[in-house]
Write a protein that binds this ligand. Sequence first.
Ligand SMILES: NC(=O)c1ccc[n+]([C@@H]2O[C@H](COP(=O)([O-])OP(=O)(O)OC[C@H]3O[C@@H](n4cnc5c(N)ncnc54)[C@H](O)[C@@H]3O)[C@@H](O)[C@H]2O)c1
Length: 276
Amino acid sequence: MSYGLLKGKKGIIFGALNDMSIAWQVAEKCHEEGATFTLSNTAVALRLGTVAELAEKTGSEIIEADATNLKDVENVILKSMKILGGKVDFILHSIGMSPNVRKGLPYDALNYEYFLKTLDISALSFHKLMLLARKHDAISDWGSVVALSYVAAQRTLVGYNDMADAKSLLESIARSFGYIYGRDKKIRVNTISQSPTITTAGSGVKGIETLIDFTERMSPLGNASAADCADYCVTLFSDLTKKVTMQNLFHDGGFSSMAMSMRAIDQYAKSFDECD
Ligand SMILES: NC(=O)c1ccc[n+]([C@@H]2O[C@H](COP(=O)([O-])OP(=O)(O)OC[C@H]3O[C@@H](n4cnc5c(N)ncnc54)[C@H](O)[C@@H]3O)[C@@H](O)[C@H]2O)c1
């Protein structure tokens, strides 16, 4: 069901790779809600993924960019304004990658070159994007910028590795830039801390399937899906959330506020009975 919440709004969506991607679901929902936007991803993602299909479905143009490369990002911003006929109202940063996770290097044996790459791709790219958008005055007043985060920024989940540090930095950048952008242009900047979700990036996290089962059982509302996340993004891009900024917004069925559920305690106690 469409509410027309984004009628006439323009945006840029980074990070749709295939139909499992959170950004893909966001793009579909934004289209349904009346927005027009450009899509961006790396050359490799455009080759290996199915972004062209999404572009056709939503009437969008694709602009290739490595989000760590200032020239590429500037090109996305300038081209998007040209294609869409002016400033944009929203930007989604749905980008994450850790070479350490990819190579299976544990947190106590990180490769530091990879670590810097993790931080650059997954966090600094958010800063670069806003710096360049501001330089070109590319976002309309009362616009909205959203990036995706994960609860490992606050709580230790060992399999998440150096991505936890990247997410902490990402959330901090949202606050620091949110202040500047809010003060000067009434533009809001937030992160959404999403439930674990089966996507290409998500599948790289060690033990993701067990984690998803655990959080599903532990969260009073159950895990939030990529489609649920897309609904939440639409509200943050809409005019109904104009005074929400500099926040890390948990979108996880309540998981982040839980310690133990009664069912989990029962199960824990039973595991000791079995040992005796
Ligand atoms: N899947 C989960 O469990 C989960 C949970 C919380 C937050 N997130 C976050 O959601 C976001 C989207 O991930 P997803 O789960 O949809 O997976 P995904 O694999 O579909 O998306 C990740 C995207 O990052 C892009 N990317 C990687 N390096 C890039 C670079 N240098 N420049 C530009 N783009 C680059 C990839 O091409 C891909 O499109 C990420 O920030 C991820 O950390 C995911």
